[in-house]
Design a protein around this ligand. Structure first.
Ligand SMILES: Cc1ncc(COP(=O)(O)O)c(C=O)c1O
Length: 408
C-alpha cells in the first residue's frame, strides 16, 4: 500500500512535533530536563481528584457520570466557568462557554471553523508550537503579528489577498506566553484590537497560563477589553480559550472556549461531528475539584513556580556568558533564551544531550517561518533548586565552550 498516494494535501503539513520527539528521550534517568512545559506532578491535587472520582461513581451517580452527555459540556462546570470568567473581567453566562477536550481541541476547532486553504492566520513570532500544529491541518498561510510594532492593516490585508485568501484571525497567548514567557501590556492589547478591527478579523486569545501570575499587575484579558469596547460578549470579536491543564491537571483533558453565543453554537456543531462531547466523568470531577480548591491550589502553584522562576533567573545571571539574553517572565512556566548570533539551538541541544545531559527546547520550531535558530526555551515548572543550579551551570559552560570554538 502506497499511503502517500491516498493522503489529503493537509496531511503533508502535519509533522512530528520536536517537543514530543524530545520527550521520548527524557525518561532516561540522568537527563536534567528543562524541556517539557508540563506541570509538576508532585503538585497535582491528587487527593481531591481521588475523592471526586469516588463521589462521581458512587451509587446512582455512576449512571450519569458514565453516560453520554451534551456537546456543550456539563452544565455545573459551565456555570462555574462563567463565574470564573466574570471574576477575571469577562462578564458572560454559561451559554458563552463550551467545554473542550483540552484547549488544544479548541485551537483545532477554531482552525477548522475559520481557515480555508490559503487564508492567513496572524501569529506572534515565536508562537505556541501546538497552535501551528493545529492550524497547519487547515492549510493556512502565516503572517507575523507584532502587536507593538505592526505593519499597517492595509499592508497585511493586501498580502493576505495576494496569497488567495483573507486574514481570518490573530492568535496569541497574552499572558506568560509559551514559549517566551512574555505578557502583552494593556497598550499592546488595545493595539491588537485596533488592528483586528481594521482587518475585520477575529482574535483568538489563548489563556492557558492566565492563572499563573507570580507578580506584577494583572492585565485584563483581551476579551474583557473587547467587551468594554463593544458593550457585550455577543458583539466581541475575541474568542478566549482556557484550560485546567496548567492549574489542576492535564490528564483529564478539560478546557473551555468563552465567546459569543454564535461562535459557541458553531463550535458545538463541530464538536458533535468530531467527538460528541468531552469525557462526562472528567468534567464532573473537574467541577468538584475546581469548586473545592481552584483558588487555594492556584495560589500554591504561583508560590512554588514563582520561587522556581526566581531560582532559574538567579542561576542564569550567575552562569550564562555575556551575549546570552533572556527576560523575566511575570508568570507561567518558561524563560526564553536568545543565544549569540549564529549559535543554533538545535545543534546546542544535540551537544548538550551528548556531553552535559541537559535538555531544553530549541526555539526555531516556534517560528512559523523556521527562523531565529539562535533561541531556546527553558521550563522551570518541574525543576527543583539543585537541578536548576546543576543544569544551568552545565548549560552555561557548554555555551561558553561553543562561543570559544566559534571565535577561534
Ligand atoms: C499556550 C498553550 N496553549 C494551549 C495548550 C494546550 O493545553 P491543553 O490542551 O492541555 O489545554 C498548551 C499546552 O502546552 C499551551 O502551552
Amino acid at each position: 500500500m502506497q499511503w502517500a498516494d491516498v493522503l489529503a494535501t493537509r496531511s503533508s503539513r502535519m509533522k512530528a512535533s520536536e517537543i514530543r520527539e524530545l520527550l521520548k528521550l527524557l525518561d532516561q534517568p540522568d537527563i536534567i530536563s528543562f524541556a517539557g512545559g508540563i506541570p509538576d506532578p508532585a503538585l497535582f491535587p491528587a487527593e481531591a481528584f481521588r475523592d471526586g472520582f469516588a463521589a462521581a461513581l458512587e451509587g446512582g451517580a455512576a449512571a450519569g457520570a458514565l453516560q453520554y452527555s451534551v456537546s456543550e459540556g456539563y452544565r455545573p462546570l459551565r456555570d462555574w466557568l462563567a463565574a470564573h470568567m466574570t471574576a477575571i473581567g469577562v462578564p458572560c453566562g454559561a451559554e458563552n462557554i463550551l467545554i473542550t477536550s483540552g484547549s488544544q481541541q479548541a485551537l483545532d476547532y477554531l482552525g477548522k471553523l475559520m481557515l480555508s486553504p490559503g487564508d492567513t492566520a496572524l501569529v506572534t513570532w515565536p508562537t505556541y508550537l501546538g497552535a501551528l500544529g493545529a492550524y497547519n491541518a487547515y492549510e493556512p498561510r502565516y503572517d507575523r503579528l507584532d502587536p507593538k510594532g505592526n505593519r499597517p492593516a492595509e499592508e497585511i490585508a493586501a498580502a493576505a489577498k495576494n496569497a488567495g485568501g483573507r486574514v481570518k484571525f490573530a492568535y496569541l497567548s497574552a499572558d506568560f506566553a509559551n514559549p517566551t514567557g512574555e505578557t502583552l501590556d494593556l497598550t499592546g492589547r488595545e493595539a491588537l484590537l485596533d488592528l483586528a478591527g481594521d482587518l475585520e478579523c477575529a482574535v483568538i486569545e489563548d489563556g492557558a497560563y492566565q492563572a499563573l501570575r507570580f507578580d506584577g499587575r494583572p492585565v485584563p484579558p483581551i476579551l474583557a477589553l473587547d467587551i468594554a469596547r463593544t458593550g457585550s460578549i455577543e458583539a466581541a470579536r475575541t474568542i478566549y480559550c482556557g484550560s485546567f491543564s496548567k492549574t489542576l491537571a492535564p490528564g483529564l483533558r478539560v478546557g473551555w472556549v468563552c465567546a459569543a453565543k454564535e461562535v459557541i453554537g458553531r463550535l458545538v456543531l463541530m464538536k458533535q461531528a468530531a467527538d460528541l462531547h468531552s469525557s462526562t466523568v472528567n468534567q464532573i470531577v473537574t467541577h468538584r475539584v475546581a469548586e473545592a480548591l481552584f483558588d487555594s491550589h492556584t495560589a500554591k502553584l504561583r508560590e512554588t513556580y514563582g520561587a522556581r522562576r526566581d531560582h532559574m533567573l538567579a542561576a542564569l545571571a550567575r552562569e550564562m556568558p555575556e551575549g546570552v539574553r533572556w527576560q523575566r517572565p511575570e508568570g507561567g512556566m518558561f524563560v526564553w533564551l536568545t543565544l549569540p548570533p549564529g549559535m543554533d539551538g538545535a545543534d546546542l541541544l544535540a551537544r548538550s544531550l551528548e556531553s552535559e545531559r541537559v535538555a531544553f527546547v530549541p526555539g526555531r520550531a516556534f517560528f512559523a517561518d523556521g527562523s531565529n535558530a539562535n533561541t531556546a526555551r527553558l521550563s522551570f515548572s518541574c525543576a527543583g533548586d539543585r537541578m536548576i543550579d546543576e543544569g544551568i551551570g552545565r548549560l552555561g559552560r557548554l555555551i561558553r565552550r561553543e562561543m570559544g570554538k566559534a571565535a577561534a
